[in-house]
Write a protein that binds this ligand. Structure first.
Ligand SMILES: Nc1nc2c(ncn2[C@@H]2O[C@H](COP(=O)(O)OP(=O)(O)OP(=O)(O)O)[C@@H](O)[C@H]2O)c(=O)[nH]1
Ligand SMILES: [Mg+2]
Length: 466
């Protein structure tokens, strides 16, 4: 296990995560040269079309170690499990789930853009998980790169020396090898971060099997496929597994790793990231955040700490144009939800539009992507209502209702109290934008509370390098 490093790449949208992952995949010869293409890990049609990452994607790579790092890894090859993450705020739930499966992360900042909103937000997520952070400035090949300035900003924000910030180009490959060496040096080998006490590698491997489901997908033959990070023990193909939260028994139809395509292996062991085909057909039974254990050891193991449930922000109703397609729509939503736990839906019926679903999304891009996938991948013609937020109404006889459209509001004489959602927002901005920002906030009915000058070193107090 000393040779394994699990890490992710996090950044603001378009700062070059997937392109950097390409160079790493190339340098480690994970994928044959003729199969290589730009942003290889963005496999979904919509991801390729729009040039954005929507789903996190793990990939295992084998890296030949330079002489000086071999004793540290007790091997001449390192095994990397890299998770590429999306940068758009609507998909930040993907980022937080990926971070629970790794020990460290590379924070990438575009040298022409500098620190942006999701740079800061994602750094906070990584700090919450107590991960080792390796900062790097990307796109240094561009003529208008402000590499030095961006390094200064990052150094002030993280409280690290400028010399400890890497300079890379995901396009030309410059600096990527040094970054991979830093991953080996600075990110610890797999640990059991759900236990406080230090555990040795041997106890981790000999303990009962325990793995966290951080994502899932579906295969018509192998059933629901759980993407897992194994924290302790090991599991073999054909063993019986057990899902602790759902109290569900399953069978390991196949175990394997991401290369980035699924490659079957006999076992999955402590420290590894891979997949388990469960043989279960019902998508509801395999939930992201659940703990997988071995069926025979199910009484000896406690669950791994769960994720926060994501809160939908935007609600719309979706109806099939053709009422016969209601069942297809229900099945399609179920399948999409399987790989995207942040999507919520419940049945609803409207006089004019018939039977459909009230769906909740994390934001407008999330809504757009899901409806587009329903249309393309399931060939559905849909009627989608205008997005709204939900109101809470307490009626005169004490009943609590969630109201999504004005037409569902009870008669005013029956309303005791009505609540609308409020957001407590903290906005980080350079001082020169303060004036304009205040005007926008006032226009959006914002109530100003206070201004704080960001103590840039505040973050660094909780930022420690291991
Ligand atoms: N010149 C230059 N362009 C780069 C570099 N890295 C990425 N790009 C370009 O920047 C754009 C965005 O790159 P991606 O790798 O898709 O960015 P990302 O961070 O994965 O984006 P999301 O996953 O959508 O958040 C693409 O057009 C890349 O070709 C670099 O080092 N130099
Ligand atoms: Mg990407």
């Amino acid at each position: 296990m000393h040779h394994i490093r699990n890490f992710s790449i996090i950044a603001h949208i378009d700062h070059g995560k997937s392109t950097l992952a390409d160079r790493m995949i190339e340098m480690t010869k994970t994928v044959e040269e003729r199969q290589m293409k730009a942003q290889l890990l963005d496999g979904m049609e919509l991801e390729r079309e729009r040039g954005i990452t929507i789903k996190m994607q793990p990939v295992r790579m084998r890296y030949p170690l330079p002489e000086q790092l071999r004793s540290r890894c007790q091997s001449d090859m390192a095994t990397f499990n890299l998770i590429d993450t999306p940068g758009h705020v609507d998909f930040s739930y993907e980022v937080s789930r990926s971070l629970a499966a790794v020990e460290g992360t590379i924070v990438l900042v575009d040298a022409t853009q500098g620190i942006q909103a999701q740079t800061t937000a994602n750094i906070y997520l990584a700090l919450e998980q107590d991960l080792v952070i390796i900062p790097a400035v990307n796109k240094i090949d561009l003529p208008h790169a402000r590499t030095k300035q961006v390094k200064e900003e990052l150094s002030a924000m993280l409280g690290v020396a400028e010399d400890d910030i890497f300079e890379v180009s995901g396009k030309t490959g410059e600096g990527v090898d040094q970054l991979l060496q830093a991953v080996v040096e600075e990110i610890p080998p797999p640990q059991n971060n759900s236990f406080l006490e230090e555990q040795t590698v041997t106890t981790l491997q000999n303990n009962p099997f325990r793995a966290l489901i951080f994502d899932s997908s579906y295969d018509p033959y192998k059933g629901v496929i759980a993407h897992v990070r194994v924290f302790e023990g090991s599991i073999k193909r054909d063993e019986d597994m057990y899902l602790l939260a759902k109290e569900q028994r399953g069978h390991v139809v196949e175990a394997g790793i991401f290369a980035p395509d699924h490659i079957s292996t006999e076992t999955l062991s402590a420290g590894e990231i891979g997949y388990l085909a469960t043989g279960l057909k019902d998508m509801e039974q395999v939930r992201v955040g659940d703990t997988v254990v071995s069926f025979t050891e199910r009484d000896q193991v406690i669950p791994i700490a769960k994720y926060h449930e994501p809160r939908p922000m935007v609600f719309v109703s979706i109806f099939p144009e053709n009422a016969d397609e209601f069942a297809t729509l229900e099945d399609a939503l179920g399948r999409l939800k399987l790989a995207d736990a942040s999507l919520t839906y419940e049945r609803e019926a409207k006089e004019v539009l018939g039977k459909g679903f009230r769906c909740g999304f994390l934001g407008m891009l999330h809504l757009e992507i899901i409806t587009e996938r329903l249309r393309r991948e399931y060939d559905l013609n849909l009627v989608v209502t205008t997005p709204s937020v939900s109101y809470r109404v307490e009626t005169a006889d004490g009943e609590l209702l969630h109201v999504y459209t004005p037409s569902d509001l009870p008669d005013p004489s029956h309303i005791e109290t009505i609540w609308e959602p409020w957001v407590r927002a903290e906005v980080l901005t350079p001082t020169e934008y303060m004036g304009g920002l205040m005007t926008i906030l006032e226009k959006s009915r914002g109530m100003f509370q206070n201004t704080e000058y960001m103590n840039l070193l505040k973050l660094s107090e909780s930022f420690t390098r291991r």
